[in-house]
Design a protein. Structure first.
Length: 265
């Protein structure tokens, strides 16, 4: 298999690293198209590096477009000039629809995916949508490659990538914010910063594994922690008074609506 990655920021580099780590592609068969030469030495550990889109891209089975969405219009003509019909183009650009890719690239076999930042350490989840033009073999190839950065889920409806973006694409930031507030509150209560940080991070890690392995719903797990008249109940009363559930719901819905706006722009 031969792969080209156009755009090697955090996610493009994460794919290159994972493909090589799991032996899915040889270094000679991985072409990395970068902007400028600042990171050339770092990226040459993974594959061949270039700063232009040229005929070498046309030799790949899969072309991953990982540039910023606002840069797509700039690189699309060069890509359109070298793509072959049998190649699969996989986009991880937020807001760029399958239809726009088909039109701008003059290419039918396209895939749109939404990874999240934990993919950088092989712990991500990526939802993806395909057009009907892809064969089963091509779809399985895409899923195998996406799975090497965590888990992959196929969506029958491309429109569902907007709520996916709000839930898992933006989701890590929600957790980071929750951790930040908990740590800062612990410090305000008198804990040293490293103690508060360790307590919160390990609590979140342990809670995830408990939720993953316990055969109970999140509501049941909450009830198991919260005794009547206890500390957890006191905290949850304040959260309810502040409308935490409603705020989170509105925030996620707003993120999904913004993803839809970007897709239509």
């Amino acid at each position: 298999m031969r792969i080209s990655i156009v755009g090697c920021g955090n996610m493009g580099t994460a794919y290159a690293r994972s493909f090589r780590k799991y032996g899915l592609v040889k270094a000679d068969d991985l072409l990395l198209v970068i902007r400028g030469g600042g990171r050339r030495a770092e990226l040459e550990r993974f594959g061949q590096v270039t700063d232009i889109v040229d005929e070498r891209v046309s030799t790949s089975d899969l072309v991953i477009v990982a540039v910023k969405p606002q840069d797509f219009g700039t690189i699309a003509p060069a890509l359109a000039a070298v793509l072959r019909p049998e190649q699969v183009v996989l986009s991880i650009m937020a807001g760029i629809t399958l239809q726009r890719m088909r039109e701008n690239l003059r290419h039918d076999t396209v895939v749109r995916a939404m990874p999240n930042s934990p993919a950088q350490i092989g712990m991500g989840i990526t939802a993806y949508a395909t057009g009907t033009e892809l064969s089963m073999r091509q779809t399985l190839m895409v899923e195998q490659l996406l799975n090497c950065t965590g888990r992959a889920m196929h969506l029958a409806d491309e429109a569902m990538l907007d709520p996916v973006t709000a839930l898992s694409g933006s989701g890590p930031a929600y957790f980071f914010e929750f951790v930040r507030v908990m740590v800062e509150t612990g410090i305000r209560l008198g804990l040293e910063s490293h103690v508060a940080s360790a307590l919160v991070k390990q609590t979140m890690l342990g809670s995830f594994h408990l939720m993953e392995h316990a055969d109970r719903t999140p509501e049941e797990l909450i009830k198991a922690v919260m005794s009547k008249g206890g500390t957890t109940e006191a905290a949850f009363k304040v959260m309810a008074q502040g409308g935490l559930q409603e705020v989170l719901e509105r925030a996620i819905i707003a993120a999904s609506a913004r993803a839809t706006e970007l897709s239509g722009s």
